[in-house]
Design a protein around this ligand. Structure first.
Ligand SMILES: [Zn+2]
Length: 95
């Protein structure tokens, strides 16, 4: 048992994980409200959510609305979208 080879420091590993997560998403999504192209998609953890294999959110700099990127089984995607919308409405964010 030798020492594991170092693959860069922790910051580099975090950055690599971020790039890997980002690569699962489309290059850009259209804002739900103003149709702007959004390229800043923040991945969300989908562990513990069977039927949902990709989830992220993009906040539009132009109109401040959040566009969700969800992929999975249609009923799970619909339920997740409804939950997210409800959470944001409760927090006083615009719909
Ligand atoms: Zn917008």
């Amino acid at each position: 048992m030798g020492q594991a080879k170092s693959r860069g420091n922790q910051a580099q590993r975090i950055e690599q994980a971020r790039v890997r997560d980002r690569a699962k998403f489309p290059a850009s999504v259209k804002c739900n409200s103003c149709q702007a192209d959004l390229t800043e998609i923040v991945p969300m953890n989908t562990r513990g959510q069977p039927g949902l294999w990709l989830a992220g959110g993009a906040i539009c700099p132009a109109c401040d609305s959040t566009t969700w990127v969800l992929e999975g089984e249609p009923d799970v995607v619909a339920a997740t979208a409804a939950t997210l919308q409800a959470q944001f409405a409760k927090d006083g964010m615009p719909d």
